[in-house]
Every structure is written in C-alpha cells, then in structure tokens.
Design a protein around this ligand. Structure first.
Ligand SMILES: [Mn+2]
Length: 286
C-alpha cells in the first residue's frame, strides 16, 4: 500500500496552517502512525452536536516522519514549523516526544500553556523497566533512565514554569510524583474529579487557557480502557469521549501545537478512530 497522508493531500506546505509530523519513538510505532493516517480518512470532521465542521479553518500538510538519527531532530523539525508560524501536529510514538517538541517553543522563546491529557503524571525523577525500554526504542539511541516516557515532564519542569502546566485526567502516580505536584503547585484534575464535576472542570480549563497560546498533548491512555483499549499502560477509571469533548470546547486560548501519544495498533481501529476524532476536536481550536 502506498503512503497515505493525514486527512488530506490537497494543500501544499506553504498554504497549509497545520503541519503533520510522525515521530516514531518505540517499537512498532512507524506502523501505528501510518495506521492513524489511514484511519484519518474515515473520520467525519462534521460534528452534529455543535453543527459545525471541526476542520473548517484547518489546512493540513503532512510532512511524513522525522528521521531520528538523534532525538534532537524532533526539536529541529518542530522549530522549522514554528518559524513559519504554522501549527505542528505530531503523531507518536510515545510520550518522550513531547519533551523534544516543547524544547522547540522554549528555544524560540515562545511561551505556551501546556495542557496534558494523561492517566499518568510522567513526573518520576528516574525510572526504567522492560516496557519503557520497548516504548522508547529507537535504533542506535541509548535509553536514559532520567529521560523517557515516565520522566519527561519532570525534565520539562527543569526549564518550564510549573504554573504553565495543567495535568488533566491523571489517576496513576506514586507518592513522590504527588509531592512534586503539590510542592510546585502544578494544576491538575484527576479523572474522577472531571467525571464528578464536568462543568466545574471545564471552567477551570477555561481560566487556565484564557488569552494564551496552548500546546495540547494527548496521551490516549487518559481514556477509559473500555473506549481506548489499545495503549501500553491502560488504567481503569478513565475519561469518556464526552468528557474530553467538553474540556476541549472550554479551551479559551489559541492552540499552537498538538501531539498524540501511546496509541497501539489494533485490528478493529477502535482506539485509532477515537484518537483521530480527538485530534479533530483539538484542531477546531487552531
Ligand atoms: Mn500515560
């Protein structure tokens, strides 16, 4: 099968306002990313609930996958997109990629509010296990116990002001990560808080994003495993699509960057279809 680009191939790179990049960190992720592109052709951008086309203001150009000789290649590629004032849409791969995309904003001195949807806090000081090794695998690159899927946000907070970070949907973390959240006054909502008070949660996100440029990172494991079964660390008591939709609709700022992480390829496409639909929801805020 020939390579399919994400959503469309009718726009050239210059006329596009959103540039898609695949970042295949992890075993098998090249295939997953290509699958997301294929599935994107079958998801309706028209939202019958709000009666609008979610991609109305979006012109997508898919640049293909980043060649990962070193992981800093991600930062370089994202920087080039930002310098042309376009919005990068990163298809992963696992969550380590977000460390390198955020570095591009930081290096260019562009302040962003970082909204992370994730079941996990990813704030461990250092961590390594067999699964992390598999998820962070890139041929020829050594895996660092201080910089991987479980620790990337802790590293980001070494140069990022913690008041610009919001964790939505967390429910799997250890005491040390929780103390770190408390000590640094990082804003968060657990999945259970979101489900108990969806309107209140949406208002909290509205305040966080007001008059700001927003980077949205979506780890698909923020969803309940019953609706997003194909991911590396499925965690019980997650969000449903309606929760996610309401929260994204509450984003008051302008979305200037998006990534999607931790989808695992399946036969039934359930998780991939959900992931693409979520990206459309976020893209409506570009
Ligand atoms: Mn996660």
């Amino acid at each position: 099968m020939g390579k399919v680009s994400f959503v469309t191939d009718i726009f050239g790179e210059e006329e596009a306002n959103v540039i898609v990049l695949g970042v295949p960190i992890g075993k098998g992720t090249k295939k997953t990313i290509q699958k997301l592109r294929e599935v994107s052709r079958f998801v309706e951008p028209f939202d019958v609930v709000t009666k609008r086309n979610l991609l109305k203001n979006v012109r997508i150009f898919d640049k293909g996958d980043v060649k990962l000789k070193k992981l800093s290649n991600i930062t370089q590629s994202v920087k080039r997109i930002l310098q042309k004032d376009k919005v990068p849409l990163i298809l992963g791969g696992n969550h380590l990629l977000t460390y390198y995309t955020l570095k591009a904003y930081h290096n260019l001195g562009r302040e962003v509010k970082i909204l992370v949807f994730d079941a996990h806090a990813d704030l461990k000081y250092e961590y390594l296990d067999k699964k992390i090794k598999e998820m962070n695998y890139v041929k020829g690159i050594r895996i660092d116990k201080k910089l991987n899927d479980a620790t990337w946000l802790r590293r980001v907070l070494e140069w990022q002001n913690p008041k610009n970070v919001f964790l939505a949907g967390i429910r799997s973390l250890d005491e040390d990560e929780f103390s770190f959240i408390k000590d640094n006054a990082i804003l968060y909502l657990t999945s259970s808080e979101i489900k108990k008070d969806l309107m209140g949660s949406a208002n909290t996100l509205r305040r966080f994003t007001q008059n700001s440029n927003v980077y949205v990172s979506l780890d698909i494991d923020v969803f309940d495993p019953s609706v997003a079964p194909d991911t590396y660390y499925p965690e019980p008591d997650g969000l449903l699509f309606e929760h996610f939709k309401q929260l994204i609709e509450a984003v008051a700022g302008k979305v200037v960057g998006i990534d999607l992480c931790c989808v695992k390829t399946s036969k039934n496409n359930v998780t991939e279809m959900l992931a693409v639909r979520c990206l459309f929801e976020i893209l409506s805020k570009v």
